[in-house]
Design a protein around this ligand. Sequence first.
Ligand code: PEP
Length: 254
Amino acid sequence: MKKSAPRRALIAGNWKMHATRAEAVALIDSIKEAAGARDREVVIAPPYTALETAARAIEGTAIGLAGQNLHWEPKGAFTGEISGEMLKDAGCTYVIVGHSERRQYFGETNETVRQKIEAALRVALKPIMCIGETLREREGGNTLPVIERQVRDGLAGFGRDVVRGLTIAYEPVWAIGTGKTATQEQAQEVHAAIRTLLKELAGDTGSEAVRVLYGGSVKADNIDTLMAQPDIDGALVGGASLDAAAFSRIIGFR
Ligand code: PEP
């Protein structure tokens, strides 16, 4: 089915805790050719230590830079944390917020996600808000209520004008790094539910502007089917974003 609104596709690569500076440069070098098409945006999220190097390596390319996380405070005694301003200073335009690994291993909640989105917006960083249900929640028939809670709480207090400019990544936790991708029907069902909820939070027109990415074992051989779904506007890619050939093919989805 054809996409009902002019949402420019976004393919984002989350490198997680991978890549030295030299590896970052080599990877960027081998994906930059693939990233030039006008109808799609490409963003990479290297680890903090490689951001500045990556910012230099993407100069003159169509690739954008994202942080993998940020703190909600602008500065202070928060050992090991990074602020939005620091990410901007290193060359980022986007930041991933509330990735399931942050929720699972570092205690992030819908409330910290909300605070981090606010912090990102304060410095004009574009947040990519991650949401997704666990296998237990899916098997218990709770997928849609969990997703609704995450969206409502994560976006609590933001006006329509703010919500319409956001990017959401639906990433079923059971599909992340497992090789088990949601079927296109499973993904589309949740994306459509998110879009319906967004109508309430951003209005009819606003909801059509929000990009909703899918994440969870996106690979070269499933990206085309996923992108053919009407409410899937791009992908947040983990493992496959570290493989130049696979990521180039994902960027070149048809
Ligand atoms: C992710 O980390 O956001 C992710 C989707 O990982 P993977 O593609 O490896 O499942």
